[in-house]
Design a protein around this ligand. Structure first.
Ligand code: PBG
Length: 323
């Protein structure tokens, strides 16, 4: 390429229309997945203080709320349950009439075309708050993946469109794939939370989901300092049969996302998590940044770095306001 003054990159930046013409990355509502929290046995929505604009939806309002979300233009929904029936193994999540199954059925009844994705994990259903069953003071990997497969089957029986396991157990994708196939759900895809870090950015989620965790998840979620290991996690999930991969959190892990993009041909999702949402909301409320612009810049950065899909609590704003 000839140097300046023959080459002037500013030529293509002169007008809005020229910039529109050469823009490399676009985000549409088709790329976005909107996470919601659904609480059983409550009558009114419970606002989450650390996530302004996000509330736990009462289970009894779920159908009405999902209809409104679909009317706004959202195409895909991630559902988290806030359980009042917790025990040591999180058994409610595996019951055909438990909260996971009821949420999926209600969401599909309200909007049959909406892609309904249950988060397949146990932390919202265990009384200790860990993502699986505890044996001798540790989360037992092999017992937990059997339970994850059970939960996945229950969710698929209820009508889930995608199964998204987030427990970070070894072998969870293979166990769930075998379970789904054995139960006649060979056509249901798995979106693996393949690269999930033990991140402080999940802070506000813990309040939002009513999780009672004492301690941390460092024996199963990844060390935030490990990039190569993140690629291994994703490669293993791909080998176990994952249909889609995920990087989570988003903004602090764009390097992982970009490296993974170069290694896989599967669709990659990225999760702009609760702490990322809170930072933007609270900084905007303090007048430090322009929320509308920052939301678009961050979502665009995810796609530029290689994401196909984006989980974001801002998804509904984008659906309503347009880009
Ligand atoms: C459940 C789960 C978590 C998130 C999604 N699924 C919490 C955690 O792993 O501690 C975090 C989402 C967010 O922070 O927005 N395992």
């Amino acid at each position: 390429m000839p140097a300046f003054p023959v080459t002037r990159l500013r030529r293509l930046r002169r007008t809005e229309s020229l910039r529109d013409l050469v823009r490399e990355t676009r985000v549409t509502v088709n790329d976005l997945i909107y996470p919601i929290f659904v609480e059983e046995e409550i009558d009114t929505p419970v606002p989450i203080a650390s996530m302004p604009g996000v509330s736990r939806i009462p289970e009894r309002d779920l159908e009405r709320e999902v209809e409104a979300i679909a009317r706004d233009g959202i195409k895909a929904l991630l559902v988290f349950g806030v359980s009042h029936h917790k025990d040591a193994s999180g058994s409610d999540a595996c019951r055909p009439d438990g909260l996971v199954a009821r949420m999926v059925r209600a969401a599909k009844r309200a909007a049959p075309d909406l892609v309904v994705i249950p988060d397949i994990c146990f932390c919202e259903y265990t009384d200790h708050g860990h993502c699986g069953v505890i044996e001798h003071g540790h989360v037992d990997n092999d017992a937990t993946i059997e339970n994850l497969a059970r939960q996945a089957i229950v969710a698929a029986d209820a009508g889930a469109d995608i199964i998204a396991p987030s427990a970070m157990m070894d072998g969870q994708v293979a166990a769930i794939r075998a379970g789904l196939d054995g139960a006649g759900h060979g056509e249901i895809p798995i979106m693996a939370y393949s690269t999930k870090f033990a991140s402080a950015f999940y802070g506000p989620f813990r309040a939002a989901s009513g999780c009672d965790l004492k301690g941390d998840r460092k024996t199963y979620q990844m060390d935030p300092m490990n990039g190569r290991e993140a690629l291994l996690e994703s490669a293993l999930d791909e080998a176990e049969g994952a249909d889609m991969l995920m990087v989570k959190p988003g903004l602090p892990y764009l390097d992982v996302l970009a490296r993974l993009r170069d290694r896989t041909s599967l669709p990659i999702a990225v999760y702009q998590v609760s702490g990322e949402y809170a930072m933007i909301k609270l900084a905007a409320a303090a007048g430090a940044i322009n929320e509308r612009a920052i939301v678009r810049e961050t979502l665009g950065a995810f796609k530029r770095a290689g994401a196909d899909l984006i989980f974001s609590y801002f998804a509904r704003d984008i659906a309503r306001e347009g880009w």
